[in-house]
Ligand binder design. Structure first.
Ligand code: XMP
Length: 521
């Protein structure tokens, strides 16, 4: 399941996952240091660990306690590799117990900031100093295993870091991967580059170059089809493939009538044929077809189904007009791969309730091309920038596959979509003007077909309501409503009511997820 190493992945680290909510952050920190790494579940088995041939292993945190009988252990194959090890939180406890030290449950769970004092110099933490770090643990190491030295302490954890520098084995109680931990990035960089000796080969330029070369080899003279949504992932796949195989690629962009303002123009402009990009882009105007099929449907799941199925029909119809297509390109990214690996190895995990529109019928029998399979979202964005895609496209907020279809509550009418498009554009324009767009993770307007009375000028208005939604989140699984300045919300509200005829009132959504979701449907 792990990928075959090639040049820029050959010097790599392995992250053994014990189920911490921060495991993906560890991987991102290592990759930010320019070093490739993959995450594998702790019980993946010795053969997979040996075959992976890492230059170092990081043992993640996890929810379990080593003081309880059946807690997960570190596979012996990890020790047999003879490479540097770094244990984080649960990883530290597992190392301590497996090397003969003692771990005890603390009466008080330590959660949040702590000041950690390093008591001796080390390759991992440098000269003795004090730093503020993020803690999240119940257990702690009470007795050092043989051969280990005390490296750092906090008020609550007398052994907050330990090491056996002769064997390059290190462990910390805190979570250096969390941004609130001072010196965390440096710690991962030291481990990956200095202690494990990996060169910083994992850069956006190298990633792009390697993907281009390898897709060119894979595809040969055949042809590739890509459903281009205008989202970051499919746009980056398009840019990579355009460079790899030029006009052997055909992209299909479907205008379903539920796009944001200027979305279609933006995609057409970003992928207009040029000397650098020789791309076949088919833009299908299917707005009437989508809106026609949606007519009369007011149930959210019903609308999602209609939109998804209609997309597949349109896509299939277009692809049948083309000859010689052997491949279908997709923008699958690494978190999707980790999630399916977790389910493959039977771990409890959260299943995303939404998938991008575009699951295609089996009868299409196309081979899959997934050039982003090893990348995190931020890496996809950096590759997009390295390929020259416009920043507005690369750093856009996520937009759901069913588009405005799930932001117009109940039955969809073209006139509602037009009003919503304008309101949404005003909100986004003002967010950008106030430098707030990048400060929130996702922001949009929602159309509420509820009538309310207003007075605009001297005239009474009896029209529908627009809700503004803005959230802060890292993973979109949980989110808090964004505390946008009142004056800002007031300005957006004024503009929407004054500039758009069909709106009498604007409200701001102050619900977090859970219990609400980010979208309204
Ligand atoms: P919720 O509303 O579940 O949304 O809190 C979480 C994230 O997923 C996006 N989303 C979707 N994406 N198809 C998609 O491709 C969908 O049907 C869908 N519904 C929600 C949402 O925009 C947010 O980023």
């Amino acid at each position: 399941m792990s990928s075959k190493p090639n040049a820029i992945q050959s010097q790599r680290l392995l992250i053994i996952d014990f189920g911490s909510q921060y495991t993906q952050l560890i991987a991102r920190r290592v990759r930010e240091a320019g070093v490739y790494c993959e995450i594998l579940p702790f019980d993946v088995g010795p053969d997979v660990i040996r075959d992976f041939a890492p230059r170092g292993v990081i043992l993640s945190g996890g929810p379990e306690s080593v003081t309880e009988g059946r807690s997960p252990r570190i596979d012996e194959a990890v020790f047999e590799l003879g490479v540097p090890l770094l244990g984080i939180c649960y990883g530290m406890h597992a190392l301590a117990t497996q090397f003969g030290g003692e771990v005890v449950s603390s009466s008080a769970r330590e959660f949040g900031h702590a000041d950690v004092t390093t008591v001796m110099p080390s390759k991992l933490l440098g000269e003795p100093t004090q730093r503020s770090v993020w803690m999240s643990h119940g257990d702690k190491v009470a007795t050092l295993p043989q051969g280990f030295e005390l490296l750092a302490q906090t008020a609550n954890a007398p052994i907050a870091a330990m090491m056996d520098q002769s064997r390059d084995i290190y462990a910390v109680q805190f979570h250096p991967e969390v941004t609130h931990s001072e010196g965390g990035r440096e710690l991962y960089q030291e481990f990956a580059r200095t202690i494990c000796g990996c060169e910083p080969l994992w850069t956006p330029e190298n990633i792009a170059e390697q993907a281009i070369v390898s897709m060119r080899e894979q595809v040969g003279d055949s042809h590739v089809l890509l459903g281009l949504s205008g989202g970051v992932d499919s746009s980056v796949v398009a840019a990579l493939l355009a460079r790899a195989i030029g006009d052997q690629l055909t992209c299909v962009f479907v205008d379903n009538g539920l796009l944001r303002k200027n979305e279609r123009d933006q995609v057409e402009a970003a992928f207009a044929p040029s000397k650098a990009l020789n791309l076949n882009l088919i833009v299908v105007d299917a707005a009437d077809e989508f809106l026609g099929k949606l007519s009369g449907e007011s149930d959210p799941e019903g609308k999602r189904k209609i939109i998804g199925n209609t997309f597949i029909e349109v896509f299939e119809r277009e692809s049948n007009k083309l000859e010689g297509i052997e491949w279908l390109a997709q923008g699958t990214i690494y978190p999707d791969v980790i999630e399916s690996a977790a389910s493959k190895y039977g771990k409890a995990h959260v299943i995303k309730s939404h998938h991008n529109v575009g699951g295609l019928p089996d009868r299409m029998k196309l081979k899959l091309l997934e050039p982003l399979r090893e990348l995190f979202k931020d890496e996809v964005r950096e590759v997009g920038v390295a390929l020259g895609l416009p920043a507005e496209l690369v750093y856009r907020h996520p937009f759901p596959g069913p588009g405005l279809g799930v932001r117009i509550l109940g039955e969809i009418h073209q006139s509602y979509a037009e009003v919503l498009r304008e309101a949404d554009a005003i909100f986004i324009e003002e967010l950008r003007a106030a430098d707030l767009y990048d400060a929130v993770s996702q922001a949009f307007a929602v159309y509420l077909p509820v009538k309310s009375v207003g007075v605009v000028g001297d005239a009474r208005r009896y029209e529908h309501v627009i809700a503004l939604r803005a959230v802060a989140t890292t993973d979109f699984m949980t989110a808090t409503w964004a505390e946008l300045p009142y004056a800002f919300i007031g300005k957006v509200s004024n503009r929407i009511i004054n500039e758009i005829e069909g709106v009498s009132r604007v409200v701001y959504d102050v619900s977090s997820k859970p219990p609400a979701t980010i979208e309204w449907e």
